[in-house]
Design a protein around this ligand. Structure first.
Ligand code: AHR
Length: 489
């Protein structure tokens, strides 16, 4: 057992949280949409208008704030008109974004814009649509904005009404393409400048249809030259710069793996400094923030169809560390989308036989979305540390972020240690805790999973063994654990 201390100053706010950081991502990829979200109204799997009921309930359980769709790579070859109107008339097409050993996946287009909006409303989230900048045109993207957001008596707005949706959908957040720097992308571009030039045409035309939309441009988590070059072109047209990060766990020992959240911090700092630099250099006035709109771990077994990985406690530890980082950088990152929500490298596994599995990563989202806080408050940790040679980092065993919601504090604490329990004194400056709840996820080992045979193997547990003395709480944290202290003051 090791000892540590946490000092919380509830009256010093270090950032304002955007609820959009608890977002998710769904893509026409593997069994995410078809089988995962959409089974059709005639399915024997219980559904609401064709949407899996068990998945809706599970997603409601993690209060998904914003859901990005239709991709990902898929968006760069998706023509939205294929996905509206009577389902029996919609075309079957090759999904050129995702090529399996048997060739391209087949897109049946049963789930299109109207289904997406209906589903997003059912789960209580906000939509976020990524337009096709691969083989699509600015005109096609602008027409999509008209279909979704216009109440005018014009062709595409009327089409929406004709298909049964009188009220505009008011989609606020729109992505200008996806990973346009990647050779795997249909219609990829060769430089930030080339992307910026094309994206400008899209932004210009889309904003003429609805000037109130907010645009997310494709950025890069490592290539700052790309970011500067595209910002130079797009200037005040955009509101967010998107970055994506996947960690390949097979490249790391457990200790290095759970230290990678420090690399995420480095990335956020570097990207945000680049935005500030470009703003000064090119006279950009817009308050551009980061949209971390894809992030997760990605295991070798999920690199081929059907892209399923069943993650364990160590991935839950990593996920909590990532969310703590988003809390700490809440002034820089205003949107984040975990990749992905259902079946493909996902939190929720929904099988064709109607069974459902919630991973320990899912439980982390459950814990981290229990609050309604807006303020992140100053928190200092005193913890033993270790050295990650691979990352060149000194790593604290204890990682923490604190949120304040009126008179309630939510302290999210991760114990990275593989084997050691931590005894922690949590000091709350100038406030006396009246009551405390301690919920945690730890399993019994870092490799513990939930499986279809043992779906509740890893659970959120409740610890009542802590003590409060004055303004200090003394609590023990299990090894490899994710903890939430809810403190009523
Ligand atoms: O999330 C899976 C894929 O990873 C996305 O489609 C793409 O944007 C990224 O490369």
């Amino acid at each position: 057992m090791f000892r540590g201390s946490i000092f919380v100053d509830p009256f010093i706010s270090i950032g304002r949280i955007s609820r959009r950081i608890y977002g998710h991502f769904i893509e026409h990829w593997g069994r995410c949409i078809y089988g995962g979200i959409w089974v059709g109204p005639n399915s024997s799997i219980p559904n609401i208008n064709g949407f899996r009921k068990d998945v809706i309930e599970a997603v409601r359980g993690i209060r998904a704030s914003i859901v990005r769709w239709p991709g990902g790579n898929f968006s760069s070859q998706y023509h939205w008109l294929d996905g509206i109107g009577p389902r029996e008339n919609r075309p079957r097409k090759l999904n050129l974004a995702w090529i399996t050993k048997e060739g391209a996946e087949i897109e049946i287009n049963e789930f299109g814009t109207d289904e997406y909006i209906e589903w997003v409303r059912l789960i209580g989230a906000e939509p976020f649509i990524v337009v096709n900048m691969g083989n699509g045109s600015p005109e096609e993207a602008a027409n999509w904005v008209e279909y979704c957001n216009s109440s005018k008596d014009t062709y595409f707005a009327r089409l929406r009404v004709k298909y049964g949706h009188r009220e505009p959908y008011n989609v606020k957040i729109w992505g200008l393409g996806n990973e346009q720097w990647g050779w795997w992308q249909v219609g990829f571009t060769l430089s930030g400048e080339e992307y910026g030039r094309r994206a400008l045409e899209f932004a210009n035309e889309m904003k003429r249809v609805d000037p109130s939309i907010e645009l997310v441009a494709v950025g890069h988590d490592e290539d700052m030259e790309w970011n500067i070059d595209m910002l130079k072109m797009l200037k005040d047209y955009i509101d967010y710069l998107s970055i994506h990060t996947y960690i390949w766990p097979e490249n790391y020992s457990y200790e290095d793996f759970v230290a990678t959240s420090l690399l995420i911090e480095d990335k956020i700092r570097a990207v945000y400094s680049t935005i500030v630099y470009a703003k000064n250099r090119y006279g950009i006035k817009k308050d551009i923030k980061i949209a971390y709109d894809e992030w997760n771990v990605w295991y070798p077994e999920a690199r081929d169809y059907p892209y399923i990985q069943i993650t364990s406690v160590k991935d839950a530890v990593w996920t909590a560390l990532f969310l703590n980082t988003l809390h700490k950088y809440s002034d820089h990152v205003k949107i984040a989308n975990f990749a992905q929500l259902v079946n493909s490298i996902a939190l929720i596994i929904a099988r064709d036989d109607g069974s459902l599995l919630l991973t320990p990563q899912y439980l982390v989202f459950k814990l981290y979305t229990m609050h309604n806080a807006r303020d992140v408050v100053k928190t200092v940790v005193e913890s033993p540390s270790y050295i990650s040679e691979k990352l060149g980092k000194v790593v604290d065993y204890i990682d923490v972020s604190t949120l304040r919601e009126d008179n309630i504090l939510y302290i999210y604490i991760v114990n990275r240690s593989r084997d050691e329990e931590a005894e922690i004194d949590v000091h709350i400056k100038n406030l006396t805790p009246k009551a405390v709840e301690h919920l945690y996820i730890a399993g019994r080992s870092i490799d513990d999973k939930n499986t279809f045979d043992n779906p509740n193997n890893v659970e959120i547990e409740n610890n009542k063994e802590f003590s409060i003395l004055g303004n200090t709480i003394n609590v023990k944290l299990k090894p490899h654990s994710i903890n939430m202290l809810k403190i009523y003051t």
